[in-house]
Design a protein around this ligand. Structure first.
Ligand code: TMP
Length: 237
């Protein structure tokens, strides 16, 4: 049984996930420098995953069938679970993952209109139904996110030669469906998903995140000490 803490960050492109994941990692490091979290992202985060990322995000990957796209997202995830996530959780570490299956539900289930059930079914099959302990869902306004994502990707493309603009070229209707599906997920799973809405400052968002993470860390510590007490009792019988 995994003993670590699995935290995922979700949101539309340009929602500020990457900034927040770095701030959270720094906060966790300051709290306990001997227990640095494992940082990863999807698609990507493994050698195989980085190749899949290059293929699926490149705007030159024209004609990718929607089912191929969804299959690639799950292939990437299966590799990340086997190589990074599961071993880290089994070793009791905290894993911070930039996007997970909620992204597939929102983008392929919502955006590409496959619906939630097919995504959740694949998740059960391919990912052993692994669930995050906490998901932080950043949803600033749609306009704000899209403008930021498109500006950022132009910059990334010119400065590093990377082309990751395939999704940003989708129409607003696609992103509206993604946005709705994210809301649906948050309403369905309020215990797992912390929804942070509106155009808040970086500091305000960070504060909300650390409050939720602190709560989960305390719960995990309580669970661990209860397990130790049980084992001790078992030994003394
Ligand atoms: P990001 O790494 O900058 O967040 O970009 C990843 C892109 O891939 C983003 O547009 C969302 C998309 N995506 C999916 O469509 N489905 C998925 O399952 C994942 C993980 C990402």
């Amino acid at each position: 049984m995994p003993t670590g803490l699995f935290i995922t960050l979700e949101g539309l492109d340009g929602s500020g996930k990457t900034t927040q994941i770095k701030r959270l990692a720094a906060w966790l490091h300051n709290r306990n420098p001997t227990e640095d979290p494992v940082l990863t992202r999807q698609p990507g985060g493994t050698e195989t995953g980085d190749r899949i990322r290059a293929l699926v995000l490149d705007s030159r990957s024209t004609g990718l069938a929607p089912m191929t796209e969804m299959g690639l997202m799950f292939a990437d995830r299966a590799q990340a679970i086997a190589e990074v996530i599961r071993p880290a959780l089994d070793a009791g570490k905290t894993v911070l993952c930039d996007r997970f299956t909620d992204s597939t539900e929102a983008y392929q289930g919502g955006g590409r209109e496959f619906g939630s059930e097919s995504v959740l079914e694949l998740h059960r099959l391919v990912c052993g139904n692994l669930q995050p302990d906490l998901t932080i869902l950043l949803l600033p306004t749609l306009d704000f996110s899209l403008t930021r994502a498109r500006r950022r990707n132009q910059h990334v493309e010119t400065s590093s030669g990377l082309n990751e603009t395939r999704f940003e070229q989708e129409q607003d209707a696609f992103f509206t469906r993604v946005w709705r599906k994210y809301h649906e997920i948050a309403a369905r799973e309020p215990n797992r998903v912390l929804l942070i809405e509106g155009d808040l400052s970086i500091d305000e968002v960070h504060e909300q995140i650390v409050t939720a993470v602190s709560k989960r860390l305390r719960a995990r510590a309580r669970k661990k000490s209860a397990a130790v007490t049980l084992t001790d009792r078992h030994r003394s019988i």
